[in-house]
Design a protein around this ligand. Structure first.
Ligand code: CA
Ligand code: CA
Length: 366
């Protein structure tokens, strides 16, 4: 049981997000970091549960990753946008069937609005955008076109959502909310993950570092690199000589170049992460969350509010002191009249008593 509605919403959002994240990203993570890593070499293939593990195609895992990303990301955008057009229309149709509208009757604006379907809230919209944010940040090194597709999608999306929220659904009841809730933490976490993921992508999945090391150690023009990057299958394992991608010698042991490369890769990951995170901290430090001009305005608003409160206090105090003075004046009037009344007749005395009564009443009111 959660203490507040905000806490409940945050927990639910986070859990649904985790499900969706695994759903959309698991195959991409598999291709980026696991596929083709534990294959072994000719004559000594590794197997898991009796199955030989699969390799990436000849273009390398990075190309396959870009293809997978393109298919999932663009496919998801297309299916989702089609859904966003069709589902509200279908719901409206069913809703109108249920309430059996008389189309010829002239209705007032609020009647027309009331007949729309109910708004489903913003959860799905947030989820869609956050997942898209993941596609364009976590694997941007493998698929640099992703931000362009995201831009195109958002261009269409903003119109589709406007149509949906303005014309198809009832206007949602506005709720006060402190901020966007757990989505902010999710976005922040994804941005951190993106840095680490891109560091590993560049270091371990791309050919960038092997080429750089080859240029440094062997030939600055990359001559003979392809031949160098292919190992020869060990003797007696194949009928004819076979080449495969790896840095191994003729017995299948890793070459010295492999170990140099591994150290270089790990070093690159550490340097890359430190640089990017350091740069992020620097920007975070240099750009304040609230601009200075706005902060001054907020402070001024607070000051004015305080002053207004103080003013009401003084006004209240002035009013109560005025009332007391009036009361004293009334008492004087009573005294004078009573003095006069000593010499006058009885009905005058009655007048005085009425006057005293009314004075008591006004003093009680004030
Ligand atoms: Ca959409
Ligand atoms: Ca949408």
């Amino acid at each position: 049981m959660h203490r507040t509605q905000t806490e409940f919403d945050d927990q639910l959002t986070f859990k649904v997000f985790i499900f969706q994240f695994v759903n959309f990203y698991s195959s991409i993570f598999y291709i980026a970091f696991f596929k083709g890593r534990f294959v072994g070499y000719p004559g000594h293939y590794n197997s898991f549960f009796g199955l030989r593990s699969e390799e990436c195609n000849n273009g390398g895992c990075l190309v396959e990753l870009a293809q997978q990303l393109a298919v999932i990301m663009i496919g998801k955008q297309m299916i989702n946008n089609a859904q966003e057009i069709i589902v509200p229309k279908l719901k409206t149709f069913i809703h109108h069937l249920k309430i059996s509208l008389d189309k010829n009757a002239i209705k007032t604006r609020w009647e027309e609005d009331y007949n729309l379907i109910e708004s489903q809230g913003l959860f799905d919209e947030y989820l869609e955008m956050v997942l898209q944010f993941g596609f364009i940040t976590i694997f941007v090194a493998a698929f640099p076109l992703a931000p362009l597709f995201a831009l195109l999608n958002n261009w269409v999306e903003i119109r589709l959502d406007a149509q949906k929220y303005v014309c198809e659904t009832r206007r949602p009841v506005a709720d006060r909310a402190q901020d966007i809730g757990v989505w902010f933490s999710i976005l922040d976490g994804m941005a951190q993950l993106a840095v680490i993921s891109n560091a590993f992508l560049i270091a371990f999945t791309s050919e960038f570092l092997p080429r750089l090391l080859y240029q440094f150690q062997h030939d600055s023009n990359l001559e003979g690199y392809t031949d160098f990057s292919l190992a020869v299958s060990p003797n007696g394992t194949m009928n004819q000589t076979c080449r495969y991608r790896d840095f191994r010698d003729k017995e299948g042991h890793y070459t010295l170049f492999y170990w140099h490369l591994l150290a270089f890769r790990l070093g690159f990951v550490i340097v890359f992460e430190h640089l990017v995170f350091g740069f992020c901290r620097l920007i975070d430090f240099m750009v304040p969350d609230v601009p200075e001009a706005l902060e001054i305005k907020i402070k001024r608003e607070r000051y004015l509010a305080k002053q207004a409160l103080a003013d009401t206090d003084t006004i209240m105090m002035n009013e109560s002191s005025d009332a007391e003075e009036e009361l004293e004046d009334d008492d004087n009037v009573v005294d004078v009249e009573m003095a006069r009344g000593l010499d006058e007749e009885e009905d005058d005395l009655e007048k005085i008593s009425v006057k005293v009564d009314s004075t008591i009443k006004t003093s009680k009111k004030s």
